[in-house]
Design a protein around this ligand. Structure first.
Ligand SMILES: C[S@@+](CC[C@H](N)C(=O)[O-])C[C@H]1O[C@@H](n2cnc3c(N)ncnc32)[C@H](O)[C@@H]1O
Length: 241
């Protein structure tokens, strides 16, 4: 794990925050047993509200088939299942087996080991694709968005829940928390120090809300909109094919 100066140039931050797929998968493999606990602790349980907001947005569509990308420990799939959001089935894809094992233990449905950049599904085979806190980790985000678009039917929707850039007045405090407090706090629960430094860096380097919307349009989506959750710490982008 590289140590990055707070004033490092954006291009360097982006490069360091954006690690190889193998390194990302290995890192999630190491945190998998404590991933859920850390999630809840580090954001004070807000992640439950963020996934609930995602579920509500998908519910408005009433999809038949849903694919959850970078499904990890399965919380999105389980939330969709619990609220009976889909009429046919939901499946989850992740390239990190230890994360999927956590999802399996929690009885998440239809789990597949696979790469979000090369999905084993036919064009137009899903009504909805969700990805929560996963797009940031993809080695090629635009390719990931194009792949989502490919497997969605005409009129289908992509739902992207991701850490974003908070309101200007709140941003300095928030980024200080990510850089200084959170890695120390995380160390109380896991020896995996690097993962939570990576988290802060990758959030800082992630495109702002309008930039992600522009990327979605470049990937071929239309009707792109987003809503901020918790002062913009998280944003939910919804886009249509
Ligand atoms: C921060 S976790 C998010 C897990 C879950 N969606 C959630 O809401 O908690 C990110 C997940 O993305 C997965 N991931 C990253 N790049 C991927 C890729 N190219 N294909 C599949 N999974 C990927 C990681 O293995 C990890 O499980």
């Amino acid at each position: 794990m590289a140590l990055i100066q707070p004033d490092a140039p954006p291009a360097l931050r982006e490069e360091l925050a954006h690690q190889s797929p193998e390194a990302i998968s290995a890192m999630f493999g190491r945190v998998a047993p404590r991933y859920d606990l850390l999630n809840h602790v580090l954001c004070g349980g807000s992640d439950l509200y963020w996934r609930w907001s995602l579920m509500r947005a998908v519910r408005a569509q009433r999809p038949a088939r849903v694919l959850d990308l970078a499904t990890g420990s399965g919380d999105v799939l389980l939330t969709l299942q619990r609220h009976q959001i889909y009429t046919e089935f939901a499946a989850g894809v992740d390239f990190c087996l230890p994360m999927l094992q956590q999802a399996h233990t929690k009885k998440a449905p239809n789990l597949l080991v696979g790469d979000a950049l090369r999905l084993p599904f036919a064009d137009g085979s899903y009504d909805a694709v969700t990805i929560a806190f996963g797009l940031r980790n993809l080695a090629d985000r635009l390719a990931g968005l194009r792949e989502m678009r490919r497997i969605l039917r005409p009129g289908g929707r992509a739902y992207i829940l991701e850490f974003s850039h908070p309101l200007a007045w709140f941003a300095p405090l928030y980024f200080w928390y990510l850089r200084v407090v959170m890695p120390k706090y995380a160390r109380l629960f896991t020896p995996e120090k690097g993962a939570y430094e990576y988290l802060g860096e990758s959030i800082r380097a992630f495109p702002r809300q309008p930039e992600l919307a522009a990327m979605l349009r470049t990937a071929g989506f239309r009707e792109v909109r987003w809503s901020n959750l918790t002062l913009g710490i998280v944003a939910l982008h919804v886009a249509e094919v």
